[in-house]
Ligand binder design. Structure first.
Ligand SMILES: C[S@@+](CC[C@H](N)C(=O)[O-])C[C@H]1O[C@@H](n2cnc3c(N)ncnc32)[C@H](O)[C@@H]1O
Length: 324
């Protein structure tokens, strides 16, 4: 039995949240419809939505919800491990950082992107974001300075080129890392990104696995240009013509980064069209994987909604549409 706000004993058991409520809670947080008022704070500091910010469909809210849900679980476990001793710091490494805000298509609203979501989580000791586009990197830096001064680094440039130097400077064998890999296409070169996983065992990876791989594979099957094959091999080392990219990716994860956790979670845009999948890979956990079991059921919830549902939920949490 739990004590209520006034010290009395609550006899009524808490009603379990529905899937819709669980997803809405995440979207409410990402859209800052809570006491944080971060979007307002950015506006008043002339750092609100601008043309530099990426605009994506409502399905982006599914990706960000999945990330934010995992950030909560990951950071709790990481913090309790660090408090017990033996670990130096907890990092969020955002390989494809963006500008900090994302405009949601077909709505009047913007939401927090990955790096700003991490900035809201005080259990991270530092957030390191890579962003190739200079203007996006610049505004991300200013937004982070406002939200978590002294706790971030924005690296302007290609993550594949800069990761090695950052790992050398910032990561030791006793650093706990959540590595978020969120490209638009096939930009990540895993041979380079592996530098991080080599330095510490305590890295969890959450990755947006793009379906662009399939488009490239289609081209390879038709024309077999050497360049296409090389491009796929830099994304997926070990890929050979005739392999399906899914198999290559999963076997690379198993061999080099450990087993993926749970199934790939499809991120569906309007009309249930799968745009990409999220893959979660957890290498080292304390006390088994029971803490992270809820990710499996939350992943199922994510897979059952699409971009249109998310647009509607966003309007609802913003107060301009009746609840579905
Ligand atoms: C899908 S967006 C990231 C969105 C971001 N994670 C968020 O939640 O707001 C991908 C970003 O990666 C940047 N980018 C593309 N190639 C890159 C590279 N090689 N290194 C670093 N950033 C890159 C793009 O400019 C773009 O802003």
């Amino acid at each position: 039995m739990e004590k209520g706000k006034c010290g009395r004993i609550d006899l009524m058991p808490k009603k379990a949240k529905t899937d819709y409520e669980k997803l809405s809670d995440q979207i409410r947080f990402i859209a800052c419809e809570n006491e944080s008022n971060v979007i307002e704070l950015l506006d008043t500091n002339s750092l609100g939505l601008s043309e530099i910010d990426n605009e994506y469909g409502g399905h982006t809210l599914l990706k960000l919800s999945y990330l934010n849900y995992y950030m909560g679980i990951f950071s709790r476990i990481a913090k309790s491990r660090k408090d017990k001793g033996g670990f130096s710091k907890i990092l969020f490494v955002d390989a494809f950082g963006g500008s900090g805000l994302v405009k949601i298509r077909n709505t009047n609203y913007s939401v927090l992107g990955s790096s700003l979501l991490a900035a809201m989580n005080e259990r991270f000791d530092k957030i390191i974001s890579f962003e190739k586009d200079e203007e996006r990197a610049e505004i991300l830096s200013k937004r982070m300075e406002l939200l978590c001064p002294g706790k971030f680094e924005v690296v302007k440039g290609d993550v594949n080129i800069n990761i090695e130097k950052i790992v050398k400077e910032q990561v030791t064998a006793r650093t706990i890392v959540l590595f978020f890999i969120d490209p638009e296409g096939m930009e990540p070169e895993f041979v380079k990104l592996k530098t991080l996983m080599k330095k510490t065992l305590y890295v969890d990876i959450l990755m947006n696995y793009t379906w662009g791989v399939y488009r490239l594979q289609g081209r390879i099957e038709k024309r077999f240009t050497d360049n296409d094959i090389k491009r796929t091999q830099s994304f997926l080392p070990g890929y050979e013509v005739g392999d399906t990219p899914d198999e290559s990716l999963l076997s690379m994860f198993e061999e080099e980064f450990g087993k993926p956790f749970g199934n790939m979670v499809p991120i569906n845009s309007i009309g249930n069209k799968t745009e990409y999948s999220m893959i979660l890979r957890i290498r080292e956990t304390s006390g088994g994987t029971s803490f992270i079991e809820p990710m499996k059921s939350f992943g199922k919830i994510i897979g059952n909604y699409d971009g249109k549902d998310c647009e509607a939920i966003l309007r609802t949490v913003k107060g301009d549409q009746a609840i579905l």
